[in-house]
Design a protein around this ligand. Structure first.
Ligand SMILES: C[S@@+](CC[C@H](N)C(=O)[O-])C[C@H]1O[C@@H](n2cnc3c(N)ncnc32)[C@H](O)[C@@H]1O
Length: 304
């Protein structure tokens, strides 16, 4: 808990102005890239790869030539590249800043080339094509070279909107561990933007991580929803920050934001945890067990 508190203080300091903000991002990227290359592909990324392959197959979400959008693509375009290995599609990647880490991208996909039969066994029929792409990626020395092979289009929009894309443009939109970072006040407009750029009949698949991201800085704490113990005012004063912002929006609130934007639910798959050791603040008392215990929300929606 001490490291949790110290991390909250340090993140507040890094949030003071643009210079401290940039310093945090620079440090995070340099240290983050080294750590990731050393640690190898985390298990949850492999789980996510299997999930996105299975979901897109189950819902028949991708046809050849489709246009895909990954929101908050981050360091190494994980789900996008996995899907591109399997399908002939145009992949568009958007983020609010350029936090790409080429050494991690290269390392992860090189490892995947050696382990993919074991890690994603469902690719049987497409495995030769997947290996061809993966071996070509190993010859590249920059994201630009990799994009020439994959056809990925990368966009940075610091406003965090989808203004650069026309209406009814994408067949599939997806994100992983991103929506929880959108500022709470911006979420309704962001959802409407997603709805606007998706084609009628198109799907969006989101994985929303509802956990307390500050616990990632304290290895003595489990990854859970510790933040539920803090009222909104305490959270804002002592814990909320700009550099590692997360919005504390709960499962039923997310479902309402999607519905209000016009989306129809296709599937909702919550992953629950036990929160019996967290004393719930009065500001979260209105939520039921289904909300409070939901750590990860996997949701699939359709634009009618
Ligand atoms: C936790 S990281 C996840 C990155 C990537 N999806 C992954 O799992 O490897 C969250 C990402 O979302 C991005 N992000 C936050 N708000 C965003 C917004 N409004 N639009 C697009 N990206 C956003 C951040 O810059 C960051 O790259």
């Amino acid at each position: 808990m001490i490291r949790y508190m110290l991390a909250a203080c340090a993140l507040k300091v890094f949030s003071i102005n643009n210079a401290t903000n940039s310093a945090y991002r620079w440090l995070g990227n340099v240290i983050g890239a080294q750590k990731r290359v050393k640690a190898g592909i985390p298990q949850f990324y492999l789980d996510r790869a299997r999930k996105i392959i299975a979901d897109t197959e189950r819902f028949d979400a991708i046809k050849p030539g489709d246009r895909l959008l990954e929101i908050g693509t981050g360091w190494f375009h994980w789900e996008s590249t996995i899907l591109r290995l399997v399908h002939d599609v145009e992949v568009n990647l958007v983020d609010v800043w350029d936090n790409r880490q080429f050494p991690v991208f290269k390392e992860y996909f090189a490892v995947l080339d050696k382990t993919i039969e074991k890690e994603i066994p469902s690719l049987d029929g497409k495995i030769n094509r997947v290996h061809e792409y993966l071996s070509k990626l190993q010859q590249t020395n920059s994201f630009d070279e990799a994009y020439q092979i994959l056809g990925h289009k990368y966009f940075v929009n610091p406003k965090g909107t989808l203004d650069q894309f026309p209406d009814n443009h994408f067949n599939l939109i997806f994100s992983s561990s991103v929506l929880e970072h959108v500022t709470k006040e911006d979420v309704p407009a962001f959802m409407k933007d997603c709805y606007r750029v998706l084609k009628p009949g198109g799907l969006c698949i989101h994985l929303v991580d509802l956990g307390d991201h500050l616990t990632l800085y304290d290895k003595t704490m489990p990854y859970n929803k510790n933040y539920l113990r803090y009222s909104n005012s305490v959270w804002r004063s002592f814990f909320e920050n700009k550099v590692q912002y997360f919005n504390r929006i709960q499962r039923s609130e997310w479902m309402k934001y999607f519905a209000d934007a016009g989306f129809v639910v296709v599937e909702e798959r919550p992953e629950p945890i036990n929160i019996s050791d967290v004393k719930i603040s009065k500001d979260f008392a209105k939520f039921g067990k289904d909300d409070l215990e939901c750590l990860t929300l996997n949701v699939v929606h359709r634009k009618p």
